[in-house]
Ligand binder design. Structure first.
Ligand code: KIV
Length: 277
């Protein structure tokens, strides 16, 4: 798609042209700049900031104001990528008025260009209301981390057939309902590849997979997983494209050693004395 700014309508074009969509999470200015410069299409300011940035077990405690804070930093770091802000738990489930106000805040105060929310059939009317005031909405179905307690943990969904929550046919209904409600794209998380493939074929909006196999229209990873920032957390669907745990550990150990041994700061790292004194 070149170096032009990515905008919401571009995603439909990318699906039509079978141009795979790339998305990463980011939570700050520095990484947003790097990802944008490298050519990422979308940056998601995910509520995964709870787990990835703050070390919490679930995403449930994140607030709208926290997402706004991180989104503003990310927006300042990007020139090309489309920035999507996650709607936190309880910011859209209670009533449509909450959902509209909070989606609006993420656009108005966070400067996001779109919002993402989790859920299927039951959330379709909420998606419709937000989309109706011209706030682009991205859906998210499958392993939806805000449903962690119903799912009994972060568990793969869609393996069982049937119409109960998390079952295969129900997830297809969820995806179709979110599309019909006006979402411009949908994240499919933690489902078998055959289910993600079927949903991708049946929808006209792009699907973006995470732990959903290769046949979605695009892929997303949490940046900490993609960069190998943890020495131990490695779910099956993650491929670390770097080992920043090792790199950052080595740099930190070198810094500690040089400070202790009086090697750093050396002459090159000192300001010149005032001239003419
Ligand atoms: O919060 C997040 O990072 C997400 C992605 C995993 C899709 O929702």
């Amino acid at each position: 798609m070149g170096q032009e700014k990515v905008r919401v309508p571009d995603l439909a074009r990318m699906k039509a042209q079978q141009h795979r969509i790339t998305m990463l999470t980011a939570y700050d200015y520095a990484f947003a700049r790097i990802f944008d410069h490298a050519g990422i299409d979308l940056i998601l300011v995910g509520d995964s900031l709870a787990t990835a940035v703050r070390g919490e077990d679930t995403t449930l405690a994140v607030t709208v104001d926290e997402v706004i804070y991180h989104t503003r930093a990310v927006v300042r770091g990007r020139t090309r990528a489309l920035v999507v802000a996650d709607m936190p738990f309880l910011s859209y489930q209670v009533c449509a008025e909450d959902a509209l106000r909070n989606a609006g805040k993420l656009i108005k105060e966070g400067c996001a260009e779109a919002v993402k929310l989790e859920g299927g059939v039951a959330l379709a009317e909420t998606v419709r209301r937000i989309a109706a005031i011209d706030i682009p909405v991205m859906g998210h179905i499958g392993l939806t981390p805000q449903s962690v307690h119903r799912m009994g943990g972060h568990r793969v969904q869609g393996r069982k057939t049937g119409h109960r929550a998390g079952c295969r046919e129900r997830l297809i209904e969820d995806a179709l309902a979110i599309e019909a409600a006006g979402a411009f794209a949908i994240v499919i998380e933690g489902v078998p590849p055959s289910l993600a493939r079927e949903i991708t074929q049946r929808l006209s909006i792009p699907t973006i997979g995470i732990g959903a196999g290769p046949d979605c229209d695009g892929q997303v990873l949490v940046m900490h997983d993609m960069l190998g920032l943890s020495e131990s957390f490695r779910p099956r669907f993650v491929k670390p494209f770097a080992n920043l745990w090792r790199e950052v550990s080595a740099a930190t150990e070198a810094y500690i050693r040089e400070v202790r041994e009086g090697v750093f700061p050396g002459p090159d790292h000192c300001y010149a004395e005032a001239r003419g004194n």
